[in-house]
Design a protein around this ligand. Structure first.
Ligand SMILES: C[S@@+](CC[C@H](N)C(=O)[O-])C[C@H]1O[C@@H](n2cnc3c(N)ncnc32)[C@H](O)[C@@H]1O
Length: 272
């Protein structure tokens, strides 16, 4: 399922969002605040499946966690229209894999947008309901799901909410790194941000993102991720996968491109 609305525009806490149809027939939204659409014009759902759900190998890795009776945690950076969640559930259902044991944690700056997307997930029968919870300084929406699983959307700047959410008992296995682009939303592409993601992740974590600039590769490398390039979606030549597993090396091509580039890793001025 993608988002569906008869409206042309909705008003979020950060301003309006306009619905835009993409080439796979599904809709995305254009944020007037960030001046960018949430997905590739080549296909909102198809992009989400390729870059995130299969990019982090969720179906097979969730099944392995179920066999070992472990929780499998996905952390999505940017809940947006909620397509990361619906595409994940659809991909599992189409392979007859139960979402049992899945913990889906997303982050969203815009509270009204998150409410709208959650209502939409209820309409699509992905959730039964959701409630707002305020706990130890953290505000989040908790989705009531049909299976034995967890679904939460942390409200506020992810740089603040992720440290508040993190617990030593729950480490992240897959990261959908899907904020707006480094040009439009630089704070979520810095060395400090990738260090934060590393600190909440398990050694088997796979981080996937549509972006493939030398600047973000340098930030990831400096934060201790092992980085490789892979085919991009639509008209994007490349996308990025990053690992913590010490048995995986960064790709020789990425190391070379980074060495040859004068660009620097980007730093968060408020966090150094
Ligand atoms: C590209 S859209 C995400 C699309 C979403 N994954 C989906 O499939 O529908 C990026 C989202 O990140 C949110 N965002 C931007 N900066 C953020 C921040 N610092 N903390 C949390 N969310 C943020 C934006 O409000 C926007 O909704």
């Amino acid at each position: 399922m993608a988002i569906s609305s008869n409206m042309k525009t909705i008003l979020g806490s950060l301003g309006p969002y306009t619905f835009v149809k993409t080439d796979d027939g599904t809709q995305t939204i254009f944020s007037h605040y960030f001046d960018e659409t949430c997905h590739s014009s080549s296909g909102a759902v198809e992009e989400t499946l390729q870059n995130y759900v299969f990019g982090t190998e969720v179906p097979s890795r969730l099944q392995a966690s179920q066999m070992a009776q472990h929780i499998f945690t996905i952390l999505e950076v940017g809940f947006g229209a909620g397509i990361g969640y619906s595409a994940t559930i659809d991909a599992l259902k189409s392979r007859s894999i139960s979402p049992k044991g899945l913990s889906f944690i997303s982050t969203e700056l815009d509270e009204k947008l998150a409410s709208f997307a959650l209502e939409n997930l209820i309409k699509g029968q992905y959730l039964q309901s959701f409630e707002k919870v305020i706990e130890s300084g953290l505000t989040y929406f908790k989705g009531l799901t049909q299976e034995d699983q967890i679904m939460k959307v942390l409200i506020g700047d992810a740089r603040v909410t992720i440290p508040l959410w993190s617990t030593p008992g729950e480490k992240v296995n897959a990261i959908y790194q899907d904020p707006f682009s480094p040009n439009k939303n630089p704070t979520l592409w810095t060395v400090e941000w990738f260090e934060e993601l590393k600190s909440v992740s398990d050694l088997d974590c796979i981080l996937s993102t549509y972006s493939s600039t030398k600047g973000i590769w340098k930030s990831m490398l400096e934060a201790g991720w092992r980085v490789s390039e892979t085919k991009g979606f639509g008209n994007k030549k490349l996308s990025t996968r990053a690992y913590l597993n010490p048995l995986k090396d960064s790709s020789a091509q990425i190391i070379k491109w980074c060495q040859d580039s004068p660009l620097r890793a980007s730093r968060d001025p408020g966090r150094t």
